[in-house]
Write a protein that binds this ligand. Structure first.
Ligand SMILES: Nc1ncnc2c1ncn2[C@@H]1O[C@H](COP(=O)(O)OP(=O)(O)OP(=O)(O)O)[C@@H](O)[C@H]1O
Length: 303
């Protein structure tokens, strides 16, 4: 097992008499895109601000590449690249000159080769010598990503990176974020309040609700999670036998006047089709939610 880049241990934040973060723990590994998902006000920004030393930690600790953000701030932060708010850019300079300016401010020298490599990684090679004022918002975000990657960090932290982008811009950023994790082999920590976006971009998702981490799951487990489906059908016992023969993994059980099966959501239509082909009378088919989806819906209701 790889060593985690980020180790968050029982992290707590109290402001005045209000506990905002109630002791959360999670690890993030190299090469993965970790989604930090929660509705507005759940505590994402507060957690991120503590992770990068912008806000004091009440209790617990954050280690980055093994260094404590509180006790060894300089060492720990040297491994972090991030866009917490909108990246500052000089609109009347080219993208390339912005990167040069930024590179000059870094404590470690950045080679020209590295700049070229990063420009290519974020797909700006054709437009990098044009003035930033002519860039679309998506291109500016990509230039922001390039800036954050110049010093070859081991961890990239992005707070709501798709805010304000149109669907094409969102797809673009998503593609580059995945590419960065893969090609640079770094951990990418992304916060968002959109489940659909996180599903497409992340390897694992941690859900935060009211300052508590309620679940951490791989996206594969989430998508493939089995749901319970109730089928009102006649004749009931015959249908159970038929499913037992054709889809034994669905474990059909009769309860009352309903038949219950347990299957991945995408398998349900095939089952219904097979039953219809056998001329059973199907009155109703209703699938429940998978646990992660249920949790997320519960917590976003009313938001
Ligand atoms: N300085 C502060 N003093 C008191 N309460 C605060 C302070 N900062 C944040 N909070 C509260 O802490 C909770 C978490 O806020 P936070 O900004 O971390 O949430 P978030 O998940 O990032 O939400 P959003 O997506 O809206 O940015 C909110 O209820 C907020 O009102």
């Amino acid at each position: 097992m790889k060593k985690p880049i980020v180790e968050i241990k029982n992290l707590k934040k109290v402001i005045g008499d209000k506990t905002i973060i109630h002791g959360i723990s999670m690890d993030v590994y190299p090469g993965e895109v970790f989604g930090f998902l929660g509705p507005n006000g759940a505590g994402k920004t507060t957690t991120i601000r503590m992770m990068v030393g912008l806000m004091g930690i009440t209790e617990g600790e954050v280690l980055i590449n093994g260094f404590s953000i509180q006790k060894s701030f300089e060492e720990a932060i040297s491994h972090v690249g991030g866009i917490i708010e909108n990246p500052e850019m000089y609109k009347f300079l080219s993208g390339y000159d912005n990167l040069l300016q930024y590179a000059r401010m870094l404590p470690v020298p950045v080679k020209k080769d590295r700049i070229d490599e990063i420009v290519k990684l974020v797909g700006l090679e054709k437009r990098i010598h044009e003035k930033v004022k002519g860039y679309s918002l998506g291109m500016r975000q990509r230039l922001g990503l390039a800036q954050a990657l110049l010093h070859s960090p081991k961890l990239l932290i992005l707070d709501e990176p798709t805010n304000g982008l149109d669907p094409a811009g969102i797809r673009e950023i998503r593609t580059y974020i995945r590419k960065i994790a893969l090609e640079e082999g770094i951990a990418v920590f992304v916060s968002s309040h959109m489940l659909s976006e996180m599903q497409l971009m992340c390897d694992r998702i941690g859900i935060i609700q009211d300052g508590r981490l309620v679940s951490v799951e791989t996206v594969g487990d989430f998508v493939g999670t089995k749901v319970s489906t109730a089928i009102e059908i006649e004749p009931l016992e015959k249908a159970r036998e038929f499913i037992g023969r054709t889809f034994p993994e669905m474990n059909p059980v009769v309860k009352g006047n309903q038949l219950f099966v347990s299957a991945a959501r995408e398998k349900v239509p095939a089952l219904v089709q097979a039953l219809a082909g056998e001329e059973y009378a199907i009155y109703q088919v209703s699938s429940g939610s998978s646990t992660l989806e249920e949790k997320f819906l519960e917590m976003t209701e009313g938001n």
